[in-house]
Ligand binder design. Structure first.
Ligand code: PMP
Length: 460
C-alpha cells in the first residue's frame, strides 16, 4: 500500500499534548528496544505512557484521562480494578504469592472453567495465551502422532515459533526472522475455505487444526457462513483434533465463549486474558481423551513415550487464580456479555454513520463486543444495518486496511481527543458507559473531519 500523507497538525498537537510521554519514551528506549514491551504498542512518533487506570479509563503520565478501548488487551471485561476482583487479589496477596504446590484456588478455578465451557472436561493452566496454544498443539501432536498443524490466514495465536506464521500478508511467504525454516515447515496455512481444508486434511499428515472461532484477529477477518460447522465435520472425518483459540472470545462471546455462542464444540480450547481476570494466566481445556496426554499413568511406557511434558513456575499462581475465579463467576451471567455486545453494536453503527455523514472512506465492523476500523478504504459494501461484515474484501485486504498507513494518525488524533484505541479497534467492558460512547463518537467525528481537511483521504 502506498504511504498515506501524514497529518502534520495532528502529529504536532499530539507531540505537544503528550510531551511527558515523549520524555518517558526517550528514557525507555535507552533500556527497552523501541521503548515498548509488546509490538502491538508501537506508535510513531512515540507511544503514550500510563500511570493508573480505573473502570473504563486510564490516565497518562501527562495527566490526560483516556477512555480505554484496549482494556488490558481484552482481558478486562469487567473494567479496570473491578471492586470484587480487586478485593479477591487483595485477600490473596498476604496469604503468599507462590506456594510451589497445589492449592484450593486452582481447583476452584478449573471447576469454574469446566462449568462454563462446553468443551472442557479437564483444565491445565499456563502463564499466557502464547503458552496455551503451544501446549494445545503439543497435545494434539502427541494424540495423533503426526506433526503438521493446520491454521488459517490472518489468525493470531500468540508469538510462539509455530503459530506466528500466516498471521499477516503475505500469509505463506512472510519472512520470520529467528524462526527456523524446519519449524515453519511443520505448520500449513490455508484460507478459510472448506475445499482447501479438505484437500490439505486428506493428505493424512495433519496433527490438529487451530482457529480463532471469531474469524482471524478477533473478528477482523470474518469467517464465511457455515465455515466452522463444516470445519468441525471435516476435523472429525479426518481424525484431526480441532482447537478453538478462545484467548479473546472465551467468556466474551458468551459465558462459554464462541463455542457456546455458535454451538460448535472443539476438542481442545486455549484460554487466556479474561480467564485470569486481568492477572497473568492462561489455560488449555479439552475432552478427557485428549487431555489424558497431560496425565501421568502407570501404563508401561506411557510417561516416557506418550505423556506431554508441561512445566511452568507461575502456572496457576494463587493471586491469578483468585482474580480468575472471581471474574469468571461474574461472567457466568450472560447479562455481562449482552451489555458489552450492545455497546459495541452501538459504537459500530455510530462510527459507520459518521463515516457516511462526513463522506469519508472507511469501515467499522466486528462481532460480539469488539470493533475494528479501517480508514481510507472505499466503503461501498457497508450497510448501516449490517455492520458485522464488510463483504467482498479478502483476508489480505481486511488485514492490510485495518493495519493501514492511516492507523497511526487515527490513533494520535483519538488520543488528542481523550480516546485510546487498541491499534485501530477496541474491546468493550462492563465499565464503559453511554457517556463514554457519546464522547468517543464525538471524538471520532472531529478526527475524521480533521483528517479530511488535511487531505488524508484524497487518494481514495
Ligand atoms: N491467541 C489469541 C487469539 C490472541 O488474541 C492472543 C493475544 N492477543 C494470543 C493467543 C496470545 O496470548 P498472550 O498475549 O497471552 O500470549
Amino acid at each position: 500500500m502506498a504511504q498515506a500523507p501524514v497529518s502534520m497538525s495532528i502529529r504536532a498537537e499530539f507531540e505537544e499534548r503528550f510531551a511527558d510521554s515523549r520524555a518517558m519514551f526517550e528514557r525507555s528506549r535507552q533500556v527497552i528496544p523501541s521503548g515498548i514491551t509488546h509490538d502491538g504498542r508501537y506508535l510513531k512518533p512515540f507511544p503514550v505512557y500510563v500511570q493508573r487506570a480505573a473502570g473504563a479509563h486510564k490516565w497518562t503520565v501527562d495527566g490526560h484521562k483516556l477512555i480505554d478501548f484496549s482494556m488490558g488487551h481484552g482481558s478486562l471485561i469487567l473494567g479496570h480494578n473491578d471492586p470484587e476482583v480487586l478485593a479477591a487479589v487483595q485477600a490473596a496477596l498476604p496469604m503468599g504469592t507462590h506456594f510451589g504446590a497445589g492449592h484450593e484456588g486452582e481447583i476452584a478455578w478449573a471447576e469454574q472453567i469446566i462449568r462454563m465451557m462446553p468443551g472442557a472436561d479437564r483444565v491445565k493452566f499456563t502463564l499466557s495465551g502464547t503458552e496455551a496454544t503451544l501446549l494445545a498443539i503439543r497435545v494434539a501432536r502427541a494424540y495423533t502422532g503426526k506433526s503438521v498443524i493446520l491454521k488459517f490466514e490472518g489468525h493470531f495465536h500468540g508469538w510462539n515459533d509455530y503459530l506466528l506464521k500466516g498471521e499477516r500478508p503475505p500469509f505463506e511467504g512472510a519472512p520470520m526472522p529467528g524462526i527456523p525454516r524446519e519449524t515453519l515447515d511443520t505448520v500449513s496455512v490455508v484460507p478459510a475455505d472448506l475445499a482447501y481444508v479438505e484437500e490439505r486434511l486428506s493428505q493424512g499428515d495433519i496433527a490438529g487444526v487451530i482457529i480463532e472461532p471469531s474469524g482471524g484477529s478477533w473478528a477482523m477477518v470474518p469467517l464465511p457462513e457455515g465455515f466452522l460447522a463444516g470445519l468441525r465435520a471435516l476435523a472429525t472425518k479426518y481424525d484431526a483434533p480441532l482447537i478453538f483459540d478462545e484467548v479473546i472470545t472465551g467468556f466474551r462471546w458468551a459465558p462459554g465463549g464462541a463455542q457456546e455462542r455458535l454451538g460448535i464444540t472443539p476438542d481442545l480450547t486455549t484460554l487466556a486474558k479474561i480467564v485470569a481476570g486481568g492477572m497473568p494466566g492462561g489455560a488449555v481445556t479439552g475432552s478427557a481423551a485428549l487431555m489424558r496426554h497431560l496425565e501421568f499413568s502407570d501404563e508401561p511406557g506411557w510417561n516416557t513415550t506418550r505423556k506431554v511434558r508441561h512445566q511452568g513456575t507461575y502456572n496457576s499462581n494463587p493471586v491469578a487464580a483468585a482474580a480468575g475465579v472471581t471474574c469468571l463467576r461474574r461472567c457466568a451471567d450472560p447479562a455481562v456479555q449482552a451489555q458489552c455486545d450492545e455497546m459495541a453494536t452501538r459504537l459500530r453503527v455510530g462510527l459507520n454513520g459518521i463515516l457516511a455523514d462526513r463522506d469519508a472512506p472507511g469501515i467499522a465492523w466486528g462481532d460480539s463486543s469488539v470493533f475494528h476500523l479501517a480508514l481510507g478504504v472505499a466503503s461501498t459494501d457497508v450497510h448501516l444495518g449490517d455492520v458485522q461484515y464488510p463483504s467482498g474484501m479478502s483476508a489480505e485486504a481486511l488485514k492490510a486496511s485495518a493495519q493501514g498507513p492511516l492507523t497511526a494518525t487515527l490513533q494520535q488524533g483519538m488520543l488528542i481527543e481523550g480516546v485510546d484505541l487498541f491499534a485501530s479497534g477496541g474491546l468493550l467492558s462492563l465499565a464503559h458507559t453511554d457517556e463514554d460512547l457519546d464522547r468517543t463518537l464525538a471524538a471520532f467525528d472531529r478526527v475524521v473531519v480533521r483528517m479530511g481537511e488535511d487531505g488524508l483521504f484524497e487518494s481514495v
